[in-house]
Design a protein around this ligand. Structure first.
Ligand code: UD1
Ligand code: CA
Length: 494
């Protein structure tokens, strides 16, 4: 069963001539990504390929690399366990999905994709659980495969610890190993001296589709797992006189697989280390980078300084010359240039414009937009609120569903009462208004331009421009009252 999910970005508009030409050209390379397995060793209810490293599902990393080698419409993810969840998580990538209903092994997964891959000359096979693979390496497999006229090309590696991986056995001619591979033996099937073999199968291959599908039906499940192993194609194709070659990856860390949560954490750390190095090389200062968690897709500008224990998550973009101080967690935010985020801020799905200052301990909830040069201070929470250019809310304040103009001063302890128990209401504060400390603004409410709210007011009605509004009980002062009371108490005690 094949389906295609197109995001707008990848939609091709079929114009008559170019589309016809494209259709006639033989399609050379497809990429199939094995992603149907349950991932038993993760001990999880969620499909393995949706477990995340560097803030992104394993499969999304593989799809990103594959998309740099072939167009997304030539990519086929083979999904099975919790297929709908996987499909949903990858919607928008523009790739195809093939459903393998029963997971009967990696060889079976490719059998299921036969119809989808029909019409391609070659298929490059990637694993959804080998996420660090780089596009350059996929291209090297492709080129080596084509240059050798091979039926099957296996990307191999020699990691420090080969335990758990299938081992690659090459043809030896006059005591020397050749490029040709005779067989791949799974860890569980290794016999005697074979266990000492260091060269592993990465699970990444190139196949010429014609010989692949001519022979794949011969795979047998007579192994300890009772599965159809794609790895057995090496011996099968070799036995049929076809060329099977192995290409060593220069860096084995790129082909490490994720089978357990320990490996998941290891690869997450590797990717995050790579990310901070890339950012530092590109001009961002990061102190104690090993303490910072920066997701794969985060962007940071030149001369921005990131202090220890900062987390930058999701689609966050930070401009140049910012300082992000310790213990701030920033998720899906757009931050301009020259912004100061003091320690302990939590920012989510918000925009912070040039020169603004936040914190310490500010909480921007989704939909906040902090204007140029604006200040949001300690223990200030905002939600769906625009704070205009140069405006300040410096202490102990809640601003929800509010439109606040330029150069507004929101005094300490101001609260917008945006919720009446049923509906949310808007508060508008126009340019240059001054809201005294400890004011309660009961929405819906509009405070006009340049208006002044006396401290500790409860404001329930609109305030016109340039007016003063005070909404509090009048002060009563009783001379000598306290002294008289003390005397009364002392007398009663005698
Ligand atoms: C596989 C290789 C092994 C190699 C290792 C590299 C086989 C038999 N073994 O072992 O030689 O060293 O990868 O990481 O191929 N999958 C399906 N459908 C299935 C079974 C698996 O789509 O029916 C997918 C899984 O979701 C996974 C990938 O194929 O993404 C590999 O499967 P896995 O069970 O992890 O194989 P390994 O034991 O790691
Ligand atoms: Ca695996």
């Amino acid at each position: 069963m094949i389906s295609r999910q197109n995001s707008g970005i990848h939609m091709r508009t079929p114009t008559s001539t170019s589309a016809t030409a494209a259709r006639k050209k033989p399609l050379r390379f497809a990429i199939a990504i094995l992603a149907a397995g349950k991932g038993t060793r993760l001990k999880s209810n969620r499909p393995k390929v949706l477990h995340e490293i560097a803030g992104k599902p394993l499969l999304a990393h593989v799809v990103a690399a594959a998309s740099k080698v072939v167009p997304p419409e030539n990519i086929f993810a083979i999904i099975g366990h919790e297929a709908e969840l996987v499909r949903k998580a990858l919607a928008g990538a523009g790739i195809n999905f093939v459903v393998q209903r029963e997971q009967r092994g990696t060889g079976h997964a490719i059998m299921v994709a036969q119809d989808a891959l029909h019409g391609f000359e070659h298929v490059l096979v990637l694993s959804g659980d080998v996420p660090l693979i780089r596009p350059e390496t996929i291209e090297r497999v492709r080129d080596f495969h084509v240059a050798n006229g091979a039926a099957m090309t296996i990307l191999t590696a020699e990691p420090d610890d080969p335990t758990g991986y299938g081992r690659v056995f090459r043809r030896i001619v006059r005591g020397t190993e050749t490029d040709e591979v005779e067989r791949i033996v799974e860890q569980k099937s290794l016999r005697g001296k074979e266990a000492g073999r260091r060269e592993i199968n990465s699970g990444i291959y190139g196949f010429a589709t014609q010989p692949l599908f001519a022979h794949i039906k011969k795979l047998s499940a007579s192994n300890s797992q009772h599965e159809l192993y794609l790895t057995d194609m090496a011996a099968l194709l070799g036995g049929a006189g076809k060329k099977v070659v192995g290409l060593r990856a220069p860096d084995s860390s790129e082909v490490l697989g994720v089978n357990t949560r320990i490996e998941l954490a290891d690869l997450d750390a590797k990717l995050r280390d790579k990310k901070t190095r890339e950012l530092m090389l590109a001009g961002t200062t990061i102190f104690r980078p090993e303490t910072c968690d920066i997701d794969a897709d985060v962007e940071v500008g030149t001369d921005t300084v990131i202090e220890p224990f900062v987390q930058l998550i999701g689609a966050t973009r930070i401009g140049a010359d910012c300082r992000i101080r310790s213990y701030s967690v920033i998720t899906n935010c757009q931050i301009g240039d020259g912004v100061l985020v003091r320690p302990g801020c939590i920012l989510e799905d918000s925009v912070v414009r040039n020169g603004a200052q936040l914190g310490p301990y500010s909480h921007l909830r989704p939909g906040s937009d902090i204007g140029e040069g604006a200040h949001v201070g300690n223990f200030v929470e905002t939600k769906k609120t625009r704070l205009g250019k140069g405006s300040k809310a410096s202490h102990l304040t809640y601003l929800g569903d509010a439109e606040i103009g330029e150069d507004v001063n929101v005094g300490a302890g101001t609260i917008t009462c945006n919720y009446d128990g049923v509906n949310k209401h808007q508060t508008m504060i126009e340019d240059g208004a001054f809201v005294g400390s400890d004011s309660v603004l009961v929405a819906p409410l509009r405070i006009g331009k340049g208006a002044y709210i006396g401290a500790a007011s409860c404001i329930t009605e609109d305030v016109p421009a340039d007016a003063l509004a005070i909404g509090r009980g009048r002060q009563v002062t009783k001379e000598g009252w306290a002294k008289e009371r003390r005397a009364k108490i002392q007398k009663a005690a005698k």
